[in-house]
Design a protein around this ligand. Structure first.
Ligand code: ATP
Length: 248
C-alpha cells in the first residue's frame, strides 16, 4: 500500500488557486522530492497532507485513510518540519524537544534524538543562540520527536553552507534508513538528485511529471536533473499554450 496518495488535490485561498490539480503517491520507505518554482503550490500541498490546511476538492489518503479520519493520531504519524522555525529565544534546545515530545502519545527519547541530529553539545543552548544550521537540525528533531512514519521536510537546507547541507543529507539518509518515509520539498536540484528516489514537479498548481531522477533525465535527453527539470517545465508550459517548447 502507498504511504500517501494525493488525487486531484485542489486548494484555494479566496480567489487564489494555490493548488489546481495535484496528484502523486509516496511509497513506504522512499524519499519523494517535491519540486517546482516559487508559488507553484508545493507548501500548500504538503500542508494539506499534514492536515495543517483543509482542501477544497480531490482526495488525500495516508495509509489508506483521509488525514482527518486519523484524528489526533495523524500528528504522530506525519512529522512536519516547518520552513521557518519560530521559538522563544530563551528556550533551550532540550526544553524545546521535551515540550514538543509532550504533544505525542509515543515520543522518541529526546537525548537520543539530539544525538541523531548532532545537537547533543547544544542541548542547553538557548534557541536564540543557535546558528542557522543548528536551528535546521532542531527543526528536523522536532519533526521526528513524535516517532512518525512519514517526515515532511520543507526547504530544509535553505541557508546552510555546503558542509551543513552535506551533513543534513547524511542525516536524511539515516532517517530514511531507520524506516521513515520522507517527502522533501526543495529548490535544490542537486539535493533532489542525491536524495530522492522519485521527484514530482508542480507548476502553477498542476502536477507536471513524477519520475525517478534518472528517468526524467533520460526522457528529456538532459545531462543532469536541473536541465531535465527546466526542460520538463518548458515542455509542459508549451503544451498548455499549444506551442512548441523553446530549445534550452
Ligand atoms: N495562507 C495563504 N493565503 C493566501 N494565499 C496563499 C496562502 N498560502 C499560499 N498562498 C498562495 O498560494 C500559492 C502557492 O503558494 P505555496 O506557498 O504553496 O507555493 P510554493 O510552491 O511552496 O512556493 P515557494 O517555493 O515560494 O515556497 C501562491 O500564490 C501563494 O501566494
Amino acid at each position: 500500500m502507498a504511504m500517501i496518495e494525493v488525487h486531484h488535490l485542489r486548494k484555494t485561498f479566496g480567489s487564489t488557486v494555490a493548488v489546481a490539480d495535484v496528484s502523486f503517491s509516496v511509497e513506504e520507505g522512499e524519499i519523494l522530492g517535491v519540486l517546482g518554482p516559487n508559488g507553484a503550490g508545493k507548501t500548500t500541498t504538503v500542508e494539506c497532507i499534514t492536515a495543517a490546511e483543509p482542501y477544497n476538492a480531490g482526495q488525500i489518503r495516508i495509509l489508506g485513510r483521509a488525514p482527518r479520519e486519523h484524528g489526533r493520531r495523524l500528528f504522530g504519524l506525519v512529522g512536519y518540519q516547518l520552513q521557518t522555525l519560530a521559538l522563544p529565544r530563551t528556550l533551550r534546545v532540550h526544553e524545546a524537544v521535551t515540550m514538543f515530545a509532550s504533544f505525542y502519545p509515543e515520543p522518541r527519547d529526546g537525548g537520543e534524538l539530539l544525538e541523531v541530529v548532532g545537537l547533543t553539545r547544544q542541548r542547553k543552548t538557548a534557541f536564540g543562540k543557535l546558528s542557522g544550521g543548528q536551528k535546521q537540525r532542531l527543526s528536523i528533531a522536532l519533526a521526528l520527536v513524535g516517532n512518525p512514519r512519514v517526515a515532511v521536510l520543507d526547504e530544509l537546507t535553505t541557508g546552510l553552507d555546503p558542509e551543513g547541507r552535506r551533513d543534513t543529507w547524511g542525516l536524511i539518509r539515516e532517517i530514511r534508513d531507520s524506516g521513515v518515509t520522507i517527502v522533501l520539498v526543495t529548490h535544490f536540484l542537486d539535493e533532489a538528485h542525491k536524495l530522492a528516489d522519485r521527484v514530482t514537479i508542480i507548476d502553477h498548481g498542476h502536477t507536471v511529471a513524477t519520475a525517478a531522477p534518472a528517468e526524467l533525465i533520460a526522457a528529456t535527453g538532459a545531462d543532469n536533473l536541473e536541465e531535465a527539470y527546466l526542460h520538463t517545465l518548458d515542455r509542459h508550459r508549451a503544451a498548455v499554450k499549444g506551442e512548441e517548447p523553446s530549445a534550452r
